[in-house]
Design a protein around this ligand. Structure first.
Ligand code: GDP
Ligand code: MG
Length: 303
């Protein structure tokens, strides 16, 4: 590790708890920002999924996505809840995310009570404040603070980013002193969809060797977070000629299947969760000059 010994660093796991639809995924993305995405194939040290790693000054925030906590009925649900609480136990910091527009779902309050009964302090995050009149927010914060045990209260809009930078700073300040748990050189500033495209491209090179046309490109066209914690990723593999498409598909589709399997395994390891990967081969003669490609890569087409 390259940090000088006299520079105190901080690191730790931050878990997001909350009922479905309160905006946890949106907030995770807002906290991680477009800049830093996890790409470490390191074994996970918690049972929850690492959703992103953010550097805030000398602090390394490892954001974990805890599967939904809800009133369990079936065995599978109970197992998921148990695993979620385990994830919460392992975390250094907990955030309870609340939909300020609809704060009175039973689950939110159940989580607040359970945290309190277990003596776990959390950071209260009232989200979706863009939907709520200002004068309703303070009473709401007071109500939660009377019932639960919160170290801080934040009012944010994960959607428009309001309050998110402050929240990130406070999270960083509350992390324990620790060496960074992920070496900075294992982090990248590639957005996840670009990273996912790179992984598929790597599989193409690995599996097709010199057969592969160097003009092949992969684009992540769709990235859909599913409620069960998995992600569906649709990618287009662009080739320039029909003959190249046939190679990419292979006999009876065997090659494209193997490419998909290899890339999916890799992605699941990196993202720490289940991935449904769909690959489509498209012939596009002049993809190299396509404006859409430029914007996906953050390049100026008219440069
Ligand atoms: P999760 O189930 O807790 O992960 O919630 P999501 O992040 O999937 O968000 C659920 C819905 O709430 C989505 O339609 C989001 O766009 C929306 N949402 C999330 N945060 C905000 C916010 O700050 N303001 C508004 N108006 N909508 C939000
Ligand atoms: Mg979600």
């Amino acid at each position: 590790m390259s940090d000088a010994a006299d520079t105190p660093t901080q690191a730790g796991f931050v878990a997001l708890l909350g009922a479905p639809n309160v905006g946890k995924s949106t907030l995770l993305n807002a906290l991680v920002g477009a800049k830093v995405a996890i790409v470490s194939p390191k074994p996970q040290t918690t049972r929850s999924r690492i959703a992103g790693i953010v550097m805030e000054g000398q602090a390394q925030l490892i954001l974990v996505d805890v599967p939904g906590i809800f009133q369990p009925r079936r065995r599978l649900d109970r197992a998921m809840v148990a695993s979620a609480w385990q994830g919460a136990k392992d975390a250094d910091l907990l955030m309870l995310v609340v939909d300020a527009e609809r704060p009175d779902d039973g689950e939110t309050w159940a989580i607040a009570e359970k945290l309190k009964s277990e003596g776990r302090k959390a950071i209260l995050v009232l989200n979706k404040i863009d939907q709520v009149a200002r004068e309703q927010l303070l009473p709401l914060a007071e109500r939660f603070n009377q019932h639960g045990d919160f170290t801080d209260t934040f009012m944010v809009s994960a959607l428009n980013g309001s309050g998110v930078a402050d929240l990130r700073k406070t999270l960083a300040a509350r992390l324990p002193q620790s060496p960074h748990l992920f070496p900075p050189d294992q982090l990248t500033d590639l957005p996840q969809r670009l990273l996912a495209a790179e992984i598929t491209r790597e599989q193409i090179y690995l599996q097709l060797h010199e057969e592969v046309p160097y003009s092949t490109a992969v684009e992540t066209e769709n990235w859909v977070e599913r409620d069960d914690g998995s992600v569906r990723i649709d990618q287009a593999i662009y080739v320039q000629r029909e003959g190249q498409k046939a190679i990419m598909l292979g006999k009876g589709g065997a090659r494209i299947k193997a490419l998909g399997q290899g890339a999916r395994r890799e992605l699941e390891e990196i993202l720490g969760r289940r991935v449904h990967l769909f690959l489509f081969v498209k012939v596009r003669e002049n993809w190299i000059d396509d404006p859409e490609r430029f914007s996906e890569w953050g390049l100026d087409y008219n440069a």
